[in-house]
Design a protein around this ligand. Structure first.
Ligand SMILES: Nc1ncnc2c1ncn2[C@@H]1O[C@H](COP(=O)(O)OP(=O)(O)O)[C@@H](O)[C@H]1O
Ligand SMILES: [Mg+2]
Length: 379
């Protein structure tokens, strides 16, 4: 018995209009279609969102140039749709005022006879893709740069040590010439300085690998004072250490943390120029955890807050945003790497660093470190 088939759709039959509209509405790409006379025939929600416009019932049938008048860059693209013989298959449109990058294709709509009756633009928000790629590129560039810097620094260390040693030998051969003695002393101190820069540079570019253990903060503080004194002259600067009773040991790398505080101390000594006070104060504290992040019963995170305070001249107003940037320095012989290294080490410990400074009223650097390091799955 012959089955009754549903009638086959005739070519050119009217599409199911409602279904078609739903498709367009649900599409995660933006669509804008317009007729030959420039009137808008279709613009879906995603298109409104991406171009930062609100839909109005009156939009359909109006000139697209009018509906999109706040987006001249889009109008320019659409206006070219009938003029170009080769329409871009994949092009990008930047909308700087919306901070958005849009990837689009443009096609002409033809009727059965092949006449152009309209045009349609399909597009997708590429902003996030673009940002990720940019970050990736930056990371690659930094890694390459870091490797190169580490290589150069390493190569420079030996000749610099050579210069210093040979200048020392030469000095012994001309004990009577005060002029030569002075020049050679200068050569040696310049070589030493260059070496210090190279060492700092190596520290800065080297990826951090923490040796985390239960670390006593008193130990860190004392080690960092000794380290700072070996790097710069302390003069008559008085150093006060004020550690709260019963501070628990923290999860951290003893040597790296000592480096943090010795860098902060060297800066304080340099700012004080031989006279004044530095206070290192540490206390236990807690920061509330966002309950949405960890669940309602999560306890506040225990942290140790360490302040390094000096009563020096304070940070120059134009400096406060930049002091953590690598190579930012206001000192004639500075490298500008001290605080960049500090930030890198503090970040590696999941801590934070803040600075408070007023001209003429000294400077306070506050380092906040978690007592217990976050489990790996949390990072
Ligand atoms: N305790 C401080 N008092 C005043 N200025 C400071 C202090 N610590 C840092 N700075 C400012 O921050 C800059 C950057 O510091 P740093 O990264 O250690 O590099 P450097 O010490 O080589 O200049 C310094 O040049 C200085 O201007
Ligand atoms: Mg410094």
């Amino acid at each position: 018995m012959p089955r009754t088939e549903p009638p086959a759709p005739r070519a050119g039959a009217a599409p199911d209009d409602r279904f078609f509209r739903q498709i367009v509405r649900s599409m995660r790409n933006g669509v804008i279609a317009f007729k030959r006379d420039g009137t808008l025939a279709l613009m879906n929600d995603e298109a409104y969102r991406m171009f930062g416009l609100t839909r109005s019932d009156a939009d359909m049938g109006r000139a697209f140039a009018e509906v999109l008048r706040e987006r001249p860059a889009v109008i320019r693209v659409l206006a070219g749709a009938f003029e170009l013989s080769h329409l871009p298959n994949r092009a990008e449109l930047r909308l700087p005022d919306l901070n958005r990058v849009v990837g689009y294709t443009l096609s002409q709509v033809k009727d059965e006879r092949g006449d152009t009756i309209g045009a349609v633009m399909f597009f997708k928000d590429l902003t996030r893709v673009e940002q990720l790629e940019e970050r990736e590129r930056l990371r690659d560039r930094l890694a390459a740069l870091g490797e190169m810097a580490a290589g150069i620094a390493h190569e420079l260390k030996n000749p610099l040590a050579g210069i210093e040693v040979m200048a020392g030998l030469l000095r012994r051969q001309v004990p009577d010439s005060t002029q030569a003695q002075a020049l050679l002393a200068d050569i040696m101190s310049e070589a030493k300085l260059a070496n210090a820069i190279v060492v700092e540079m190596l520290e800065f570019v080297r990826p951090i690998r923490l040796q985390v253990e239960r670390t006593d903060l008193a130990h860190v503080v004392h080690q960092s004072i000794t380290l700072a004194e070996s790097k710069v002259k302390r003069g008559h600067v008085e150093v006060r250490v004020d550690l709260a009773n019963g501070l628990p040991p923290i999860d951290g790398d003893l040597n790296q943390l000592s480096q943090v505080f010795s860098n902060l101390l060297t800066n304080a000594f340099e700012a004080l120029e031989g006279k004044g006070h530095v206070t290192i104060r540490a206390a236990l504290s807690a920061i509330e955890v966002d309950p949405a992040m960890v669940g309602p019963e999560a306890a506040p995170t225990q942290v140790v807050v360490v302040d390094v305070i000096d009563d020096g001249p304070g940070i120059l107003a134009e400096g406060t945003d930049k002091i953590f940037d690598p190579f930012f320095t206001t000192k004639p012989q500075g490298t500008g790497l001290g605080l960049a290294i500090v930030r890198k080490i503090v970040d590696a410990h999941d801590g934070r660093i803040d600075v408070n400074s007023a001209s003429g009223q000294g400077t306070c650097f506050r380092v906040t470190l978690p007592v217990v390091s976050a489990p790996a799955w949390f990072k």
